[in-house]
Design a protein around this ligand. Structure first.
Ligand code: FMN
Length: 157
C-alpha cells in the first residue's frame, strides 16, 4: 500500500503536520500551491483572494507538475480550513484527476476554531471534487495527537 501526502499550507501549520505524517510512514509528499501565490498579507489573502474564490467557487490554477496519483492507494489531503472548508486550490487539485476509483482520500484539516462541522463540510466538498474516490475523515485539529493510533488502525505505512 503506497501513500501520498498532498498538502496545502499558507502559514506553515499544515506543513508541519504533513511532514510528521511523512516521517512516520515514509509516504511521498506533494505541496499543493496556487500558480499565482496567495498574498503574504493576511487581510488580502483572507478577505480578498480566498473570499472571492469561496464566494464564486473559483478553482484557481495550481502549480504543475502534479504527482501521478495512480501510483498510490491512499492519498492524505491536508489543509487549513479557509472560510469553513478547504482552500479552493484543494478543490482544483482533486478535480485535476478524472478518476479516483479504488483510492481512499483521507482528509486532515486544521483550523483556528475547533468546530468539527468544518471537517464534515470538507469531507462533503472533497467527495464532490474527487470523482469516485472513497473519501474519509482523517484527523482534525487536536486529534493529531492520536496520529500513531490512527496510522495503525488505518494500516497506513
Ligand atoms: C484565508 C484564511 C481563511 C481562514 N478561515 C478560517 C475559518 O473559516 N475558520 C477557522 O477556524 N480558521 C480559519 N483560518 C485559520 C486557519 O485555518 C488556521 O490558522 C490554520 O492553522 C492555518 O494553517 P496553515 O499554517 O497550514 O496555513 C483561516 C485562515 C486563512 C489564511
Amino acid at each position: 500500500m503506497k501513500t501520498l501526502v498532498a498538502y496545502f499550507s499558507w502559514s506553515g501549520n499544515t506543513e508541519k503536520i504533513a511532514k510528521q505524517i511523512a516521517a512516520k510512514t515514509g509516504a511521498d509528499m506533494f505541496r499543493i500551491e496556487r500558480k499565482v501565490p496567495y498574498s503574504e498579507d493576511y487581510s488580502t489573502c483572507a478577505y480578498v483572494e480566498a473570499k472571492e474564490e469561496i464566494d464564486k467557487k473559483i478553482r484557481p490554477e495550481i502549480k504543475t507538475p502534479l504527482p501521478d496519483v495512480d501510483k498510490y492507494d491512499n492519498v492524505i489531503v491536508a489543509f487549513p480550513i479557509w472560510w469553513y472548508t478547504s482552500p479552493l486550490a484543494v478543490w482544483s487539485f482533486l478535480e485535476s484527476y478524472p478518476d479516483w476509483k479504488g483510492k481512499t482520500v483521507y482528509i486532515f484539516a486544521n483550523s483556528y476554531t475547533d468546530d468539527y462541522n468544518y471537517m464534515t463540510t470538507s469531507v462533503k466538498d472533497a467527495k464532490a471534487s474527487a470523482r469516485n474516490a472513497n473519501v474519509a475523515a482523517g484527523l482534525f485539529n487536536k486529534e493529531i495527537n492520536k496520529l500513531d493510533d490512527w496510522l495503525t488502525e488505518n494500516n497506513i505505512k
